[in-house]
Structure formats: structure tokens, C-alpha cells
Design a protein around this ligand. Sequence first.
Ligand SMILES: Nc1ncnc2c1ncn2[C@@H]1O[C@H](COP(=O)(O)OP(=O)(O)OP(=O)(O)O)[C@@H](O)[C@H]1O
Length: 464
Amino acid sequence: MNSLPDSSSIAPLSGNTASDTARVVRLAPESELRIEVEFGYSLTLKLIEGVAEVFGCEIIVGREYRFSGQKLGVFTWQAAGGADYVADDTPMPIFLNIHTALEQRRATAETMKTSGPRVVVVGAHDSGKTSLVKLLLNYAVRQGRQPMFVNLDISEGGVTMPGTVSAVMVDQPIYPEEEFGSLGLDLTAAGGSGAPIVYHYGFDTPNENTKLLQRLVGHLADTVTARLVEDDDARQSGLIIDTHGCADHNEFELLMHIIKSFSADVVLVLGHERLHSDLLRAFQQQPQSNISILKLTKLGGVARRDKSFRRQSQVRKIREYFYGHPGNCELSPFSLVVGFGDVNIFRVGEEHLVPSSALPLGADRKAGGTRLVAIEAGDILLHSILAIVDAAPRSASTAGAGDSTNESQTQDEEDFLVLANVLGFVYVSDVNSAKRKMTVLAPSATRLPSNRLVMGVFKWAETV
Ligand SMILES: Nc1ncnc2c1ncn2[C@@H]1O[C@H](COP(=O)(O)OP(=O)(O)OP(=O)(O)O)[C@@H](O)[C@H]1O
């Protein structure tokens, strides 16, 4: 039935071939095989017969799927047989019930020409939020829906880079190997109704700049709502929103802001008893709110990822942005030489993040945290990931680093740019301060789509 080498027989990339350790595993109905593959190892999965899925995406009989640095469950509803090395304490029947209830709301929205469910998935770290989001999106797509996926889990990057918040309409499955990368987004297509909406936050935890994150969430919610007004299918399919793990009070405030900004009507709370009761209490005080808050226990299968595994996942995400997914969709990035005078570089205006070597040019630090400050290009950029953001409308007349003498005009632009859509990213592979030039890795050989670049905390040495 299902041919699945399990995690105990993973072949090192440089070592044995998969055939040395291949094993056939039979899955009973409603059971799953849990697989954990560390970075530096790979595992090939092939379905011999039957029907199985990974986070709601059906896998194809006979095709080889290769995983590395990933943890996943291969689930079957129907297959019969023994149950070696598999788990039957799976939450899938509960998730299917949730999907069915959401689908009923979508059908009603279609008939009544209203909006579909607006679902937020919240919970503890490593409780399975992203996995549930993928599953609900995949099930909706299998049903012919086009839900909006909103990613507010800034540490993972969703459809693009870590350190961003984004929204994209999903009309194709999220394949298990490439995960969200399989949606194959073209950020430079920004503007069209199907184009992703991406804003740059620049950090990988909410606490680093909660005020900025709240501002971006509010802005993203407004943009998504405006987009849905024009798109009946997406509006009736609704939203599925992934969030960062909630551990403290700050994060609770942020979750409340997310729920309110997106007018969420379904909140799924995974593995976090206290968060569930805090949310219930908060919404009991607002009896007019029409919201369902459901508690789901964190069930077996969801794997813990330590700091190093998470960091390696981020690095892979960054690499895949430029090079694509090995074997499936490989990309060839280009090296471009960019003069310091040809670009304007900004950074989020947190004082402690701006070293004295990168003092802002006439910037207003008093505004504190939720705007950008212009910084001087130089060695500080080496190995940084820079977001290319849509230039401010007025910028055509003020282009060029440091040419803005009008302080209030500079401040307007800094305020505008923090909310500007991200058009893509470059990686700074070399800086030559003496010649006032830097070399960047870019996904395309054409000129950068904007000369406004924003620096976050993410550094990546390409050799990693
Ligand atoms: N049934 C399963 N079997 C094996 N691994 C699983 C299963 N379900 C989820 N995982 C893995 O467990 C890990 C954690 O799950 P997930 O990313 O969904 O949690 P999360 O709550 O979104 O985490 P975060 O704290 O980053 O927000 C992931 O690597 C995921 O692929």
C-alpha cells in the first residue's frame, strides 16, 4: 500500500542510497505515519497504492517525494491493512469536521452573496497551527474554493521571506515538499488582483517591535478587505490566518488586534487552555461580537523544533527564495552591482538597532519604532537581506540617497515606505565601501523594480 521509509531509517545525503534502507509500511484507515527528517538527511517517500495525503494535499501514487529538514504526517482515510509504525491518535477527524463546518459557511456565503468564514488559528508554539492552516487551505482548494491565506507568523515567512506579513489568494494545493513555496509567487507582479500582498516587518518575533507589527497587521487587514470587495470567489471562500505562537501578554494584545482587524468570526485555539479562556472572557465582554472560539487540544504528531532547527528552516526559506526548491523548481539568481548612490536604504527606526556607524540622515527618531529611518549604505549591509519596497509616489522627484533636504518630506516618505508593498528581496553578498558599491544577489537580471531598500535583522551568509 504505502511505501514509506520511516525516520529511523533515514539515509544521510552523502551516505547510503534510499534503496539500502527502504521499507514498506501499511497504513490502516484513519491513521498516519509520522516522519521527522533532520537537516543534512533526506528521505524519499513513495505511495505504492491507496490514497494518502500530507497536510490535506493528496500525494500521487508512484511519484517520489523527497524531504529534508522537515517533519510531517502522512495520513490516510481509506487504506486498509496492518498498522506498523503508525499512529492512530490523529486529530484528522476533528479537522475534517471543522473543514465541513467552514465549507457550509462558504456555501451560505455563495448563496447569500456575503463573506465566507474568517478563521484565525492561534495557540502555543509548536502546537500545529501552520499544519492546520495548510490542511484547511488544501481542503478548501480541493473543494474548488479560493481562500485567502494570511500569514502573520513572521518567523516562518509563509509564502515569502521570514520577517514579513503577507496575504495571497490560494487556488492550488500546497505541495508537501516545497510547502508554501509551491505556490510559486511572483512578488514583482504586485498590483494585480491575484498578486500577493507583502509588508516588511524585519524581525522574527512580535516582541521586537509590537507597535510596528500592529500597524502592519491593521494595514494588511485594510488591503485584504479592499481586495475581497472586488473578488466574489475569494470573499465567499474566506480567510485562513496563521499567527505566531502566543506566550505572553503582549502577544495576547496582538492576537486581539489581529482578530478585530480582520473581523474574524472563527478562532481555533490549539494547545493553549489559558489563551482559550482569556479569549472567551475578552469576547464575553463584547456580546455583540459574532465569534466562535474553539479549543483544540494539541494532539500527538506535532513535532517540537529547537532553535537550531528553526534557524535552519529560516535559512532554507531564504535560500529557496533565490535558488528555488532543489529538484522541483530550481531558480538561477543573478549578481548585480549596485552603486550606493543608486539606492536609498532604510531601516526600522528602533534606536537600539541603528549603530552609530549607520546614523540616519535627518531622520526623526522621536517617532519611535513604527516608521523607517534612512541609513547610509556601507559595511553594515554585508550579508543582509534587503526588501525592495514600492517607492513612495512623490519619490520620483527626490530619488537618490541623501538628496532630500526637506526634513518633513523625508519623514513623510519614511512613514509611507513602512507600509509599502514588498516587490522582492536582494541579498548583499559583497560591499565595497571605498568604491561605494555593493554586489547583490537578485532573482532577476533586470534593474531593481524600485530604488527603496529596507533592511531587517536577517543576515545570511550564502555559504551556509
Ligand atoms: N502529524 C504530524 N506528524 C509529524 N509532524 C507533524 C505533524 N503535524 C505537524 N508536524 C510538524 O510539527 C512541526 C510543528 O508544527 P507547526 O509548524 O504546524 O506548528 P506551529 O504551531 O505552527 O509552530 P510555531 O510555533 O512555529 O507557530 C512542523 O515541523 C510540522 O510539519
